[in-house]
Design a protein around this ligand. Structure first.
Ligand code: AMP
Length: 582
């Protein structure tokens, strides 16, 4: 076997190491995790701390701990750590040495060579400093490669086709967006843009501000100068932020946060995803502007890009994925873990240099989107079966995601939950996998929150639950083989193929698009009638008359199968319903 070269992502917040063995890239665990915090410190008894141990002491002893050394690479400076000072290369070498040791323990042999990644914008001096750090750690740096290049390699190890790829990288403290061109094994960065001081830490800071305001308002305390309390708040906020990526609510609970007049102050605060999304919206706007600047720099339009790749832990934030999808007109990919894909790409580059065969990265992903339906708007009209995707296709599994829904009627005591597989914005055009009824909901005004939770495991078993948030009342369904089913379109195509094979053109049930549309419109019309009838109870006499007339027209058109009249009446009645509801 050829000599081993490891791949290292030496990051601002975290670092990772990976290696290719038997054609597959593996990330090497350090202290039981895939990620090593890029922090170095000296303990109170003079011991060297690297990674989590240094991170743990940072808030209490910042003078003995160095973080974000990557920002200082290439500078002629010394960083204080305890009573001594060190160059940025020396501090980085300590991180690299820890990664090298982890690889040696994992592989059972000594390692002498590495490929290390750096941001595309790094200057020659910064690249040289990174090389020097490697040499200090006992590693020959066989190549320095750009981070977006590494990310593209992680996704496209075997691809030979010409492709333009946009890499959106939002980590803990830095943001970069790059356009990478791949062609016959050659990968180059065409343009890159970003902000060296923007990342998930800023999102945490927004939440911390929110918590401090809450403590001021409710307990009249300000813990800003209390290091220990602040350390707990910052951690709790990061944990809540991460939870909000998969759930619509998160609770921050910190008992005995501090003492005020001899009494304990406990923190208990619920955060809503929508509220958090508002707090960080300005940051996301900035990153999307950078996307356009980068495209301009590469002299490309959105339509020239064939893949969007997500890199960096903060890209797990759903609003980032949604807004980027809207901007780029395609679902961004995050199937290779965004925290690890740069290290994986570095390992792939290392294997290529060592002359090893490399296969594409293997990840278990769901090939389908799963979701439910809710009342909403479709093509500008009221529609009761609007599809709401919950787990998107290409998401790594196992995965659990939840979304909040609200009841629409006062005193609504029950809801029907439908589970679908598919992509169509109209749920009725997707494949229904199952449904259930949850009843006994509280007698409260409309807006009662129901949290729907979708959990998909490696065996394709999908568990869907609906829970009334205020009481915990829950009902659920388990669907086996959820990922083994056909999409509706695939099913139709398969049925046509089988019919063709059997020489049977008449046997298959006819299922023209027109017929599906008619069925859908009738369902929509009936639901609208039901809704309008409820509104009649509270409408004024004039509106009531309008409602009665339109409902009659609609009922007649349904009975006579008069599609044209039905469409017109649905449009008019939708308008009245909207007017009365708003
Ligand atoms: P990186 O520097 O790429 O390791 O990214 C670290 C940043 O990603 C930190 O700010 C983390 O809090 C953030 N992060 C990690 N996981 C998630 C998640 N599931 N949702 C949102 N942010 C996350």
């Amino acid at each position: 076997m050829s000599e081993i070269i490891i791949g290292i992502d030496l990051g601002t917040t975290n670092s990772e190491v990976a290696v290719v063995r038997d054609g597959q890239a593996h990330v090497i665990a350090i202290d039981g995790a895939n990620i090593l915090p890029s922090m170095v410190g000296i303990s109170d008894d003079g011991h060297l701390l690297v990674g989590n141990a240094a991170r743990n002491q940072y808030t209490l002893y910042p003078e003995r701990t160095v973080r974000s050394v990557k920002r200082r690479m290439g500078e002629d400076t010394r960083l204080e750590m305890g009573d001594k000072s060190y160059t940025p290369q020396e501090i980085s070498a300590l991180i690299l040495r820890r990664l090298k040791e982890a690889a040696e323990t994992h592989l059972g042999e000594s390692i002498a060579k590495a490929v290390i990644t750096v941001p595309a914008y790094f200057s020659d001096a910064q690249r040289q400093a990174t090389r020097d750090a490697g040499e200090l750690a006992g590693l020959e740096v066989v190549r320095i490669i750009n981070e977006p290049t590494a990310a593209a390699l992680a996704y496209e190890a075997e691809n030979q086709e010409a492709k333009n790829i946009l890499v959106y990288d939002l980590g803990g403290g830095t943001f970069d967006v790059s356009v990478v061109r791949m062609n016959q094994g050659v990968t180059e960065v065409l343009a890159s843009h970003g902000n060296n001081h923007l990342g998930g830490d800023d999102f945490d800071a927004k939440l911390v501000e929110h918590v401090l305001a809450h403590l001021r308002d409710t307990a009249d305390v300000d813990p800003s100068d209390n290091h220990a309390a602040m350390a707990r708040i910052i951690r709790a906020c990061e944990t809540a932020k991460i939870a909000l990526s998969d759930a619509p609510f998160a609770r921050i609970e910190e008992e005995y946060l501090l003492e005020q007049d001899g009494k304990p102050v406990n923190l208990s605060l619920e955060l809503e995803r929508v509220q958090y999304e508002e707090m960080i919206a300005g940051y996301i706007d900035e990153t999307l502007e950078a996307v356009h600047t980068t495209l301009k720099g590469a002299e490309m339009a959105v339509s020239d890009i064939s893949e969007v790749l997500l890199v960096g832990g903060a890209t797990r934030t759903p609003t980032i994925q949604q807004r980027l999808e809207k901007t780029m007109g395609m679902q961004p990919r995050s199937d290779v873990d965004p925290d690890l894909c740069v290290a994986v790409g570095a390992a792939i580059q290392a294997a290529v240099i060592a002359g090893d065969q490399v296969s594409s990265v293997l990840v278990d992903i769901t090939p389908y989107t799963f979701g439910t339906s809710a009342i909403g708007e479709l093509n500008g009209e009221y529609y009761p079966y609007k599809y709401v995707p919950v787990i998107r296709k290409n998401t790594p599994i196992p995965v659990t995601k939840s979304e909040a829904f609200a009841t629409v009627q006062d005193g609504q005591s029950a809801i029907d939950v439908h589970v679908y597989q598919g992509e169509d914005p109209d749920a009725l055009n997707n494949t229904e996998l199952g449904s259930f009824h949850i009843e006994g909901l509280s007698d409260v005004p409309a807006g009662n929150i129901i949290v729907m939770r979708f959990a998909l495991d490696l065996n394709g078993i999908l568990n869907v639950s609906a829970q009334e948030k205020r009481t915990g009342l829950e009902k659920q369904i388990t669907i086996d083989n959820a990922t083994a089913r056909f999409e509706k379109q695939e099913f139709d195509a398969a049925r046509d193929r089988i019919s063709a094979l059997m020489g049977d053109t008449s046997g298959a049930e006819s299922h023209s698009d027109d017929e599906t549309n008619e069925r859908r419109e009738a369902v929509q019309a009936r639901a609208l009638i039901e809704k309008a009838e409820k509104l009649m109870e509270t409408a004024n006499p004039d509106d009531k008359e309008d409602l009665v007339n339109l409902i009659e027209t609609l009922q007649d058109s349904l009975a006579n199968n008069d599609i044209q009249t039905m469409e017109r009446a649905v449009a008019e009645l939708s308008d009245v319903v909207y007017y009365l509801e708003s």
